[in-house]
Design a protein around this ligand. Structure first.
Ligand code: TYM
Length: 330
C-alpha cells in the first residue's frame, strides 16, 4: 500500500471548513487506500508564541475532532508529533541541507514574519517548513493531502529529499502533494479574496462553534453584484466560494447547483447552505463531545499511534544517521 502522511496544527479551539474541505476530508478517504499516518503537529504550534495549558487542551481537541471526522485508529496511525522525537532529530539533519536563502523564500514565513519585528520572529518559524519536510520524509510518504497553501512547503520537501538522495544515496521517497481540485482553497466569507483562516473569525465557519453562529455567518457572507447564481471566481468570488462549499458538502456538481438555482436569489442559496452545514456539524459535535468525555481512551489511541509511528520513524532515522556518517553508539 502506498503511504500517506499529513498534519494539522492545534492552534485553534476548532478546525474550520477550509481545513475540512481542503485537507481533512481527503485524510478520511485516503486511509482506505493508503497506509496512513496523521499527526497533530504540536511542535509547529509553538513557533509563534502560545499558552501551555491551551496547547495541551487543543492537542486533545484536535485528536477528538479527527476521530469525529472519521479517522479510524484501526486503519490509520493517529498521533501527536512531539511523541515521536525522531521528527526533530531528522529535522536537524534537513536544516543542514537547506539553504538560508531557500528557507527565506517560503511565502508563509515571509507573510508571518513581515507583521513582526525581527527579534520577535522566532528561528523556529524560519525552520518550520524544514520540520514539516522531516514529518513527511521520516515516514517515506508517497502522498501528502493538503490545501493549496502548503504547495510551496511540499516543493521544498521534494527538493530536500532529492538533495539528500543525490548526496548520500537513495534514502527517501520523493512525496507528491495531493491537493484537491475544487476545494484546494476555501475563501473567507467576509473577504472572498483571502483564504479562510483562523485569524479572521467573522468569515470563518468553525466546526465546533454553535451551529446557529455558522448559519448566521453564512447568511451574512459577502456576495457579489448581480443576482445570478453562477460559478465565476473572477467576477463573483463570494458566490463561487459558497457554491464550492455547497457542492463539496452535498456531492452535487456545481453545474447541477447552478441549474437548480436558476431564477432564485443569493438568499435561497445561503439559507440552504446554512442548513447543510448545520446538518453536517451537529452530529460531528456530538461525536467530539463523546471522545472528550473519555480522555483516557483518547490518550490510549494517541499512545498506540505514537508507538507505531516511532517504529517506522526510528527505522528511517537509523538509515539516515548511517548515510550521513554518524558513528553508531557502541
Ligand atoms: P494547518 O494546520 O494550517 O492546516 C491544516 C490543513 O488545512 C488546509 N487548509 C485549507 N485548505 C483549503 N482552504 C483553506 N482556507 C485552508 N486553510 C487550511 C491546509 O492546507 C492544511 O492541509 N504546515 C501545515 C501543518 C503540517 C503538515 C505537516 C502538513 C505540519 N507538518 C506535514 C502536511 C504534512 C499547516 O500549517 O496546516
Amino acid at each position: 500500500r502506498p503511504r500517506v502522511l499529513s498534519g494539522i496544527q492545534p492552534t485553534a479551539d476548532s478546525f474550520h471548513l477550509g481545513n475540512y474541505l481542503g485537507a481533512l476530508r481527503e485524510w478520511v478517504v485516503m486511509q482506505e487506500t493508503h497506509d496512513a499516518f496523521y499527526c497533530v503537529v504540536d511542535l509547529h504550534a509553538i513557533t509563534m508564541g502560545h499558552d501551555p495549558e491551551l496547547l495541551r487542551r487543543r492537542t486533545r481537541l484536535s485528536a477528538a475532532q479527527l476521530l469525529a471526522l472519521g479517522i479510524d485508529p484501526e486503519r490509520a496511525t493517529l498521533f501527536v508529533q512531539s511523541h515521536v522525537p525522531e521528527h526533530t532529530q531528522l529535522s536537524w539533519v534537513m536544516e543542514c541541507l537547506t539553504g538560508f536563502g531557500e528557507a527565506g523564500r517560503m511565502t508563509q514565513f515571509k507573510d508571518k514574519s513581515a507583521r513582526q519585528e525581527a527579534d520577535h520572529v522566532s528561528v523556529g518559524l524560519f525552520t518550520y517548513p524544514v520540520l514539516q519536510a522531516a514529518d513527511i520524509l521520516i515516514y517515506q510518504a508517497d502522498a501528502v493531502p493538503v490545501g493549496e497553501d502548503q504547495r510551496q512547503h511540499l516543493e521544498l520537501t521534494r527538493n530536500l529529499a532529492q538533495r539528500f538522495n543525490s548526496r548520500f544515496g537513495e534514502t527517501f521517497t520523493v512525496p507528491a502533494a495531493h491537493i484537491p481540485k475544487e476545494t484546494a482553497k476555501i475563501f473567507d466569507l467576509q473577504d472572498p479574496t483571502v483564504k479562510m483562516s483562523k485569524s479572521v473569525p467573522a468569515g470563518v465557519v468553525e466546526l465546533l462553534e454553535d451551529p446557529k453562529r455558522s448559519v448566521k455567518k453564512i447568511r451574512s457572507a459577502v456576495t457579489d453584484a448581480g443576482r445570478e447564481i453562477q460559478y465565476d471566481p473572477e467576477n463573483k468570488p463570494g458566490v463561487s466560494n459558497l457554491l464550492v462549499i455547497y457542492s463539496a458538502l452535498t456531492g452535487r456538481s456545481i453545474a447541477d447547483l447552478e441549474a437548480a438555482y436558476e431564477g432564485k436569489g443569493y438568499g435561497d442559496l445561503k439559507k440552504e447552505l446554512g442548513q447543510t452545514v448545520l446538518e453536517f456539524v451537529t452530529p460531528f459535535q456530538e461525536k467530539v463531545r463523546g471522545y472528550l468525555d473519555d480522555p483516557a481512551e483518547l490518550d490510549k489511541v494517541l499512545r498506540r499511534g505514537a508507538e507505531h509511528a516511532r517504529e517506522v520513524a526510528a527505522g528511517t532515522l537509523k538509515t539516515v544517521y548511517d548515510r550521513i556518517g554518524f558513528l553508531p553508539p557502541a
